[in-house]
Design a protein. Structure first.
Length: 545
């Protein structure tokens, strides 16, 4: 008799003889489970004979018999109840295959992952995958609970899927995202400055999904953490063992009255959209004089430096063409400072002065009339009263208000402000241990940049795998974010910082002093970072993380 252990409490074998029961009793087996009907073969001991011999040796024998194609949900549940007793069980049939299958079915119904079940049955030589797929269709077992479900196939989601596959190739990972196109969004600032071709920032999502990862091209509409499942817009539900939420954030264009219908014409543009960034460059190229207004909404927003990057690159182009003297440049910022980390402000102010840009703080864009080229900004006067100011423009570059997607904001996963509620170090959800956050959707107080996601991915990958293996979480995110502030064509102030504005430079000061603009940082932004993104980050190669 050859015994195959499936776990510490359950083993299987081919047909037992009476003499085999001595060895099983010596191994402290408490329950024998016969999965074979009587009289399948002439030399087969009857169940009654096995039952009597088992009783004589202090064991209980139970018959849960079925033919290979006739397993029922009731039999699976009965075995599950036996397993739940915690007693040591041995199952047998003609070859051991049926006993392995019913055990696998019971494990799947208990919420175990396909990968874990497959890894435990593979040493037996029995392949349960085909059986479980058929059993799911027939309703004998529940539909599988995926090992990891990732909501969002942006930079964070695809990079995490690739990193997890490198750590644990057996994981069953599903990415959920409706978009057929994937964008390198940090490149849109350069598109708006005529440096990048917009097509270089776009690729087909299907071409970026890591090998062995399933992509469901659907939208998530709700979460059900109590039952470990998400609901999709096609009516389906997807169950998970671990969930990662990284759908990015929502550009809330409708929060500014008249903005949506004004975009892309009458001088109203934004580098925050793929189709509009080329219009920014068109406006910059054709403007000969007048007023150019650049806006920044209340925080948090993705890439907080992007609104002023548009200003600097536009003004630099006008400076080089010799028309800047005829253009009034205004920056209306809802915040109280030019940049959130004071270390970088002096270098930026030199360019504000060079371009003779006027700074207007604590001014929030609330309305746009594109046809008449007017914009309204709300601010508080000296008495604290809310006031609105109308500003005429010839070019208006808008950074839209931003928030978490509605299906996150309206869920029990959100904090009081609508952002995904995570621990800022481990990135594990504050209330649900098998849920994790990544990227712009989180409430961690870091800059919402692609560079931040690149640093977060290994933290979540390590901690998620540790959680699945019941190990202590050891990886910690320090809040790193990077903002290459393009102050002119050919030079960048490279801002790198973490939680609380702590400076976290990648390179030594002699190579790149973040307080001064450098050509090296421009080369990094223009040539190196796109390659890092497409060839390293999205493929799970965690360079400098």
């Amino acid at each position: 008799m050859e015994i195959q252990k499936l776990d510490e409490k359950f083993s299987v074998s081919a047909q037992l003889s009476i003499d085999d029961l001595d060895a099983l009793a010596a191994a402290h087996v408490e329950i024998l489970v016969c999965n074979r009907p009587d009289q399948e073969a002439e030399d087969q001991p009857s169940f009654a004979e096995i039952e009597a011999a088992a009783k004589a040796r202090g064991m209980v024998a139970i018959q849960l018999a079925f033919k290979p194609a006739d397993l029922t949900r009731e039999l699976v549940d009965e075995l599950g109840n036996l397993i739940a007793t915690g007693k040591k069980i041995h199952g047998y049939c003609r070859t051991g295959n049926r006993s392995t299958n019913i055990w696998a079915a019971s494990q799947l119904n208990q919420g175990r992952s396909l990968a874990a079940i497959a890894s435990e049955t593979s040493p037996t030589g029995f392949d349960v995958s085909g059986f479980l797929q058929q059993a799911q269709v027939s309703g004998v077992v529940d539909r599988p609970r995926h090992d990891v479900v990732i909501v969002g196939a942006g930079s964070a989601g695809i990079a995490l899927a690739a990193s997890l596959k490198k750590r644990e190739p057996q994981l069953h990972i599903t990415l959920i995202d409706p978009s057929s196109e994937h964008y390198y969004q940090p490149g849109w600032t350069m598109v708006g400055a005529g440096v990048f071709d917009p097509k270089s920032t776009r690729r087909a999502t299907r071409d970026l999904i890591p090998a062995g990862v399933t992509w469901q091209q659907q939208s998530v509409v709700s979460f059900d953490p109590a039952n470990n499942q998400v609901s999709l817009d096609n009516g389906a539900t997807v169950r998970y063992q671990q969930l990662v939420v990284c759908p990015g954030l929502k550009l809330d264009w409708s929060a500014v009255a008249g903005l949506e219908e004004s975009l892309g014409k009458n001088g109203v543009t934004s580098n925050y959209r793929y189709d509009l960034a080329p219009y920014t460059w068109e406006l910059v190229n054709t403007l000969q004089g007048g007023r150019a207004v650049f806006t920044q909404p209340p925080m948090p927003i993705k890439c907080a430096g992007a609104p002023q990057k548009a200003l600097y690159l536009s003004a630099d182009a006008w400076f080089r063409r010799g028309v800047l003297k005829d253009i009034n440049v205004d920056f209306y910022n809802a915040g109280a400072a030019l940049f959130g980390v004071a270390h970088y402000v002096p270098a930026l102010m030199e360019y504000v002065e060079k371009y003779q840009a006027k700074l207007h703080f604590q001014q929030t864009l609330v309305k746009v009339d594109g046809a008449n080229q007017k914009a309204w900004f709300r601010h508080n006067d000296a008495a604290g009263e809310s006031q609105e100011t109308c500003v005429e423009f010839d070019m208006l570059h808008v950074c839209p208000p931003q928030c978490a997607p509605d299906f996150v904001k309206d869920s029990e996963l959100a904090d009081a402000n609508g952002w995904l509620d995570v621990d800022q170090a481990t990135l594990q959800h504050q209330r649900f241990d098998n849920i994790w956050g990544l990227g712009d959707v989180m409430n961690a107080p870091n800059a919402k940049t692609m560079a931040a996601a690149r640093k977060q991915v290994p933290v979540v990958a390590d901690n998620l795998v540790s959680a699945m293996q019941a190990r202590t979480l050891t990886a910690s995110y320090d809040g790193y974010g990077s903002c290459p502030l393009t102050v002119e064509r050919g030079k960048i102030v490279l801002a790198e910082f973490g939680y609380g504005g702590k400076l976290l430079p990648t390179f030594p000061a002699w190579l790149n002093n973040g307080a001064r603009p450098t050509r090296l940082a421009w080369m990094l932004k223009t040539y190196a970072l796109p390659m890092v993104y497409w060839q390293l980050m999205l493929k799970g190669r965690e360079w400098l993380t």
